[in-house]
Ligand binder design. Sequence first.
Ligand code: IVH
Length: 714
Amino acid sequence: MTAASAPISAKARVEALRSSIVEHDWHYFVLDAPTIPDAEYDRLMAQLRALEAAHPELLSVDSPTQRVGGKPARGFAECRHETPMLSLANAFSVDEVADFVRRIDAVIGVAEHAFSLEPKLDGLAISLRYENGHFVRGATRGDGAVGEDVTANLRTVRSIPLCLHTATPPRVLEVRGEVVMPRAGFAAYNERARQRGDKTLANPRNGAAGSLRQLDPAITATRPLAFFAYALGSVVGWEVPDRHSATLVKLRELGFPVSAEVDVGCGLTGLLDYFQRIGARRDQLPYDIDGVVYKLDRYDQQRELGFVSRAPRWALAHKFPAQEEITVVSAIDVQVGRTGAITPVARLQPVLVAGVVVTNATLHNEGEVQRKDVRVGDRVIVRRAGDVIPEVVSVVLPHPADAVPWTLPQYCPECGSHIVREAEQAVARCSGGLFCPAQRKEAIHHFAARRAMNIEGLGEETIDDMVSLPFLKRGSETRALRTVADLYGLDLDDLLALKQLQDARAGQITDPKKPVPTRWAEKLLEAIANSKATTLARLLFALGIREVGEATAKTLAAEFGSLDVLAKAEPDTLKKAPDVGPVVAERIVEFFAEPHNVEVIEQLRQAGVQWAEGQGRPTAGPLTGQTVVLTGTLTSLTRDQAGQRLEALGAKVSGSVSKKTHFVVAGADAGSKLDKARALNLPVLDEGALLALLRTHAADQDAADSDHGATDAH
Ligand code: IVH
């Protein structure tokens, strides 16, 4: 059985797909300029997989579908490097670089010679061997003479070409370079690990090394790794250029990624200038670097200089300050985010990390502190890279004798409300949503939203100022707005005081004789006053109870009819309501269990906020008894509008898909709700079908309503 026996069309199609995928990979990984959307790329891959499955005789190890193949290994075989992998001498000061240049001048004369200038990538050095254009073996550096054969893992790194991009490949070409884990991929990996409660990677270098040492290439394939070429090993049957910078250009042409930062420069000033330039951009680069590398460019000059022990005399690594340092934890505090999320933070004895004094480092969440077992008094490794918040990487053991394991505080440091830990969630939260200063802005913003209390004119900037400027004169104190209940105590004088503070901040002095423009203030007060008469459903949504969105708020209003009944309901009672699961039930119980929240609700009541109770029940109509879920983006109307029209027909619009759902309306880019609907085999309507449904029933309703002439106003 040969490839030729397959139908021509299939063979041609497979080849066309392969070369097109290889081309896209090259644009994506080497040129860093993607040519097609990811979804389209995935489609090409799927087509190729399907064709190869139908025509196994067309399979080839070079196919882009074969990057993850084979079985997990029991260990790695040794791999002797035909040409040893050398290391570099390090320099940490300008003097050492000057010495390096002087030594070179002494050997080849003082004429200004060119250097290849490169970032020193902080990953794992590897060597890739290509025979007749095919990637046959890849190995780690090991001790320089013998490394580990990690071919199967390297095949999963998509920026490593499986075939050289040339019609006339050399007999042998060994390309050396660095496998790195780009910073963004590293951060995303750790974020996911943290959410799952898994071990995180200490830094991108460990991430790269650990990923390449996985025995199962399928695991390596899930890790975000990249490769950059910077040197040659053995070469047979290839015309090596006369200088290194030209080699890098040729390697790029053959399909290898080469760092975009490589350059050429002359003399000491050229080197130091590059060091400065890259140093200034270090934090913005997509991968970690720990310095720059200077290599005498011309190979004949390199040969003249030769080697000392295992490092070339013609190259030097000029190192940046380290991104990791050791210091002592003086305290562990918690910070409260805008949404109440609690983040433990290590207070540190000040330490200089990569040029910046670090005094705080994030510990991410409670689980992370426990996994790393960070204690007050510990010596810890702190890492700062890019614009990422400094973090505690690990503890230098042993702990001091008197250090005790850390535990999450019970109460919010901002407002004293209870801190609650959500089952199966990594983050703990402050439960004082309506009361907590850290959550003030978010709480008020949400409360005032159109679909909540609908207070027009209360925008984000105004809220920002209201919670930060001391404009309220209340008795002997002058303070900022504290809770949503405070909104209902505002009067014209308060708002004018606010305006004066805003003006003063902008450098304007308000002339006390000139009449102050008060229209906006009057309008805002009117909007606040108007919001006092609302419905239970709106109020419930406005309170910002976690997991209680608009649809759930409506369900709760309809089922419980009164805020007091809801506030006292047991979890089991709550769970009987349609689409209230254990999580929602727990959030509701937590919310009303926090006395600070109840206090604010009481203040709202006293301020005259009234909610029509028992108003949430669906109107009777052709869709009465039907529970509908809307998901994705609709084009001819908003999801809100669609929901209102469905409700006007008697349907109950719910926020989550369950067995109790009658049908799902899915617009563009619908996600997990649509998946769930499909899994439950529920009818799914697209936008066209929804419009048809609305049209049909609207006609029925029109006919029924025509007596009293009442149809939907909008
Ligand atoms: S050249 C003969 N170029 O640094 C020179 N190395 O200390 C061989 N490295 O093991 C290496 N970036 O892991 C070279 N642009 C670069 C490099 C680089 C990072 C690493 C590599 C090597 C170590 C040497």
